[in-house]
Design a protein around this ligand. Sequence first.
Ligand SMILES: *Cc1c(COP(=O)(O)O)cnc(C)c1O
Length: 278
Amino acid sequence: MFLPTYVSVETRFIDLLDCEAVANAIDDNTACVFLEIITNPQLEVADLRMLASAAHQHNVPLVADTTIIPFTQFSASALGVDIEVLSSTKYISGGATSLGGLVIDYGHFPQLYRTLKFELLYNIGSYMTPQVAFMQTNGLETLDLRYRVQADNALELARRLRQVPEIKGVNHIGLTDNKFHQLATEQFGGTYGAMFTIDLEDKQRCFDFIDNLQLISRATNLFDSKSLAIHPASTIFGAFAGSQRRAMNVNDTTIRLSIGMESVDDLYNDVVQALTKH
Ligand SMILES: *Cc1c(COP(=O)(O)O)cnc(C)c1O
């Protein structure tokens, strides 16, 4: 069997918000510029047009993980993205029924299509099983509806949580004073995803909060139909040293919330009781 030679891949980590630094890091060997359209859990929004122009000046494809805002809402291709990759475990599966991933190749770089199709698919066999494909196609039928409810719920809940004194900060890109609000509005057509973060006083309060939740589930997943909460610093980023987490702006005081389709009143009441229970 032919195995591709990926033995030595050098990765350069560049600040997503610094388009000039991205352009400067590209050289003759660069295979692609890869990014998440919105970072998780910091919620920084990439300027896709600027980054695409930096990549394309060097004839390098822009590959974007678009998991956070579904493709029903905006056209990544129109913003200059050459290839979208996304976790279909999230919005598409809906009820967290199954794991999956999609690659959407707009065909701007034909040699990449060959690598994906003939090396990864034919030789390695990265296919969905029929049962997973069935569950995810089922989810796809209600994706747009579920997404709109979840995104609306998330924004409404974020607005209400700003008024809660135990919460020191609410980071939601749909809030008009958020630093990325304008860019997010231009790129994603007035929709802001169903994930946001809140900051509490300290780490212990974050743990107590998660322990006290009754409706919202403690889970690593995102964009389930049910609402989920996690403390990223001690879980997803738990293997990093404190100094590395600080460099990535992953803080001990932050809780990430993924909002589902429950009533906003119920979600709000659950958050408030979890914050105030002793
Ligand atoms: C969850 C997630 C992934 C990984 O997806 P899995 O389906 O868990 O393998 C990749 N990118 C983003 C932005 C995600 O949220």
